[in-house]
Design a protein around this ligand. Sequence first.
Ligand code: MSP
Length: 658
Amino acid sequence: MTESAAEAKRFYITTPIYYPSANLHIGHAYCTVMADTMVRYKRMQGYETYFLTGSDEHGQKIERVAKAQGVTPIEYTDKIVATFQALWKRLLISNDDFIRTTQPRHMEVVQKIFQTIYDKGDIYKSEYEGHYCTPCETFFTERQLVDGNCPDCGRPTELIKEESYFFKMSKYQDQLLQYIEDHPDFIQPATRRNEMISFIKQGLEDLCISRTTFDWGIPVPIDDKHVIYVWFDALTNYISALGYGTDHDELYQKFWPADIHLVGKDIARFHAIIWPCILMAAGLPLPKQVFGHGWVLLNSGKMSKSKGNVVDPNVLLDKYGVDAIRYFLLREISTGSDGYYSEEALVKRINTDLANDFGNLISRTVAMIDKYFEGTVPATATEPASEFDAELKELALTVGNEAAAYLEKMDFPNALAAIWKLISRANKYIDETAPWVLAKDEQKKAALGTVLYNLMECIRISTILLSPFMPLVPGKVAEQTGQALEGRTWADGCQWGGVEIGVKVCKKEAIFPRIDPKSLDMPKENAKVATPAPTASKEEKVATEGKAEIAYDDFAKLDLRVVEVLECSKVEKADKLLQFKLKMGDEIRTVVSGIAKFYENPEELVGKKLVLVANLAPKKIRGIVSHGMLLSAATDDDSLLEVLQVAKADIPSGSTVS
Ligand code: MSP
């Protein structure tokens, strides 16, 4: 650790750099919102902070997706990365930098680290023979596969054999175990720590860190036939963004080692094992913490484009606004475990917590100040207004510290629950003190003023404490209450007596209007709010990915038929669509399918026998009536797709598929 970083109150947090192989979904938003909340909280605590996110743009997966779309990889990533940045803006993500692994500033540092480790003798050339999961960009041995598939995502792997450079990771096994033992907070939460320890104890193998069968990567500095393995490339972003190894390494000196690498549980291994070994080999300090969070799941299982169940944060932002989405994600999901998203659960949180509890506290208080004090915030009397005042004040003075203690452990739901204790207590205080009764007696005017002052104080404190979670809330509450609530410190939210008296309140529309759940057009699968599942083991992961069991009779309702492609062409002005003329026995059918991006030359499908869901209700797509749906197989991230084909020429069109 550099001396200055150890002494100063500094905080450096990172998110994973996301693959631009598909659009970002609510799961990605979840991680970035957590990191943003954390860094906003630390800023309020007086820390000098640095917050990094970015995009992981190299590798075979990206190269293939770009090819499928007929563009160069950089043309492809430029476009999609712009959508990442736009989403972060909408979610009010306050990152200091956005690193792209295609930037020269990053590529130079990766080559430098590679060279350093090579010069040290920890990189050697050999041959890799084994399995590779392209969607996960991960090497696996035969032994590691589960039923012949990728142990992480369950998809088929590819057998590869090529000359490669290897990193002597095995050499660092004992040193890493020792480090983990000496630093109990290094891997969090504890379940993840245990998983990592047992993984390392099974034995670390040397890591293949170069590929030769594609070009889309950073060239190995000593051998330009090879590109550097995408994970070696990607992990280095955490220091390349700080200018490590350059003449301008002030940020590196100031902020490295990182305080928290916040990552999903599926990539904890890369951060808690591979990255520390790389750093040890390069002679650099290790990050202080790798926090592996759980996943956002749907009741129908994991989100995937091919299942068509991906939740787009932009759609939710349009409908519910940024604060509500951030609140839901942070409140609903226990940070280390998996949790469930459903629109019904989101609306329930908005109505119950935000509209009823928090919103009503503000609107009731503002309305009473308006009515009983001509809209001017009253002073507090020296005497308490009721027997409940002391308890209210005591609670108000503890919630900030309680929430902070949870935030230090990245426990967002409990931090919010702590703040809600005050909000709920204040609402109860209104009923207990019944200001409308006090208002009837002129003698009790001072007591009435105290009640409203106390309520305003609870609003002030809770709003300040909520600001890292919901950044627009302070401004909105300030407009209604006349209190200066933006840009406050955490300490401001831990003190009693900060209300500005004599300022005007302003009654406005509810900050969080209630949403009528009946007005929602929600898919059935989202209608049930599931209880959060514990961290998914591999078995659970498989179970949650499947759809619900169906009876044979349900399956038998499908009329699946072999069809022969007579014609196939792109639909004019609809670049996603292919139009097919299909022969099904004696019948000729027109079918439209949204798979154009996977077939640059649609004519290649002419003469092929495919499988059609023949009894699907006809549907008009771009003015063409489509009579059925062709079956296809796709990878979960939708980077590859193939229509199912019947290979045997003797099976005639019209035959049943069962
Ligand atoms: N590019 C790598 C990360 C390199 S970091 C040096 C990568 N990218 S990713 O886009 O596939 O995933 C980024 C992060 O999103 C991971 O931490 C992953 O766990 C997270 N999530 C993907 N789906 C998710 C949910 N449904 N829920 C929560 N997080 C999820 O891996």
